[in-house]
Design a binder for this molecule. Structure first.
Ligand SMILES: Nc1ncnc2c1ncn2[C@@H]1O[C@H](COP(=O)(O)OP(=O)(O)OP(=O)(O)O)[C@@H](O)[C@H]1O
Ligand SMILES: [Mg+2]
Length: 271
């Protein structure tokens, strides 16, 4: 027996540590998924320091703050980026909106629930840190991608977020993306040991999605406010991102997911 979808799949990208490449991955994967015909919504879950609008080269008219203050409905706050690709933007450094408290989080959680069936995919791009604004939202996703580099300071934080999600919210399955690698063999060894420790200590399943090399042209893409995948469509880095889309599309979901957006969209399938 395996579990699949009818309806929207929510994928969360978290890391604990900041600056490891989450936003770059989400912007590029979103763009690829959209070009593959999946209607995709990216939610900038860096609620108070939103940057996805800049990264994706759009100037959203509305941000999540206007939704939470009741000035606009969530559906009307979405900015169309390109064919099949939408963004729910967050404000940056807005006075009076320095953190998303529990009431706001719950309100947003229910607003997002109402998007059921409007999108094939929703990608959550979290901020760094381990606070509830990150974990409570990440916990409700169907699939959990944890992004890390092979530096101890980074994978220690990746371990910490997996620990909170597994022990507090019963998330049992994680995908790992390793970024900014300068030596893929060495990175593979380090991350192999890391995954062994996480599996045995946390009793979770951890699958390595891929190791991405250090790629200076990613900052060039940000400077140009374009997706790397559209600037360099034939590049090996774009090929690796496309493989991730395929792997995640093909992967059945396990039943045991703790909290969940769109609970009703999970349907039981016979294998
Ligand atoms: N594989 C990579 N190689 C080189 N530079 C990268 C790579 N991935 C991302 N970067 C660069 O690292 C910087 C941080 O990336 P990004 O904003 O995507 O990280 P983040 O995890 O979203 O950060 P934050 O936690 O602050 O939201 C950017 O300048 C980006 O261009
Ligand atoms: Mg980011």
């Amino acid at each position: 027996m395996s579990y699949g979808y009818s309806g929207t799949k929510v994928v969360s990208f978290s890391s604990g540590k900041g600056g490891v490449g989450k936003t770059s991955l989400v912007a590029n994967l979103g763009s690829l998924w959209a070009s593959r015909g999946k209607k995709t919504l990216i939610i900038d879950a860096d609620w108070t320091l939103g940057k996805l609008g800049i990264a994706m080269g759009v100037r959203p008219q509305w941000t999540v703050e206007k939704v939470l203050s009741g000035q606009i409905a969530l559906m009307d706050a979405l900015e169309k980026v390109s064919e099949n690709l939408y963004l729910l933007a967050s404000p940056s450094g807005l006075l009076g909106f320095e953190e998303l408290d529990e009431t706001c989080r719950n309100q947003l959680y229910f607003e997002i629930e109402n998007l059921h069936d409007q999108f094939d995919l929703i990608l959550l791009d979290h901020s760094s840190g381990l606070h509830s604004s990150v974990t409570a939202f990440a916990a409700a996703a169907h699939q959990h991608v944890v992004v890390t580099t092979s530096e101890p300071t980074s994978y220690t934080d990746a371990y910490a977020i997996m620990k909170i999600l597994s022990q507090k919210y019963s998330v049992r399955e994680f995908w790992l993306i390793v970024t900014m690698s300068h030596n893929s063999l060495e990175t593979d060894k380090i991350m192999g040991r890391f995954m062994d420790v996480a599996r045995s200590q946390l009793d979770v399943r951890v699958k390595l999605l891929d190791i991405f090399p250090w790629e200076p042209r990613l900052s060039e893409a940000i400077r140009k406010q374009k997706a790397f995948t559209s600037l360099f469509p034939k590049d090996a880095f774009t090929g690796k991102l496309t493989d991730i889309c395929r792997k995640m599309d093909d992967s059945p979901l396990s039943k045991n997911h703790g909290l969940r957006f769109f609970y009703g969209s999970m349907t039981e399938k016979t294998a």
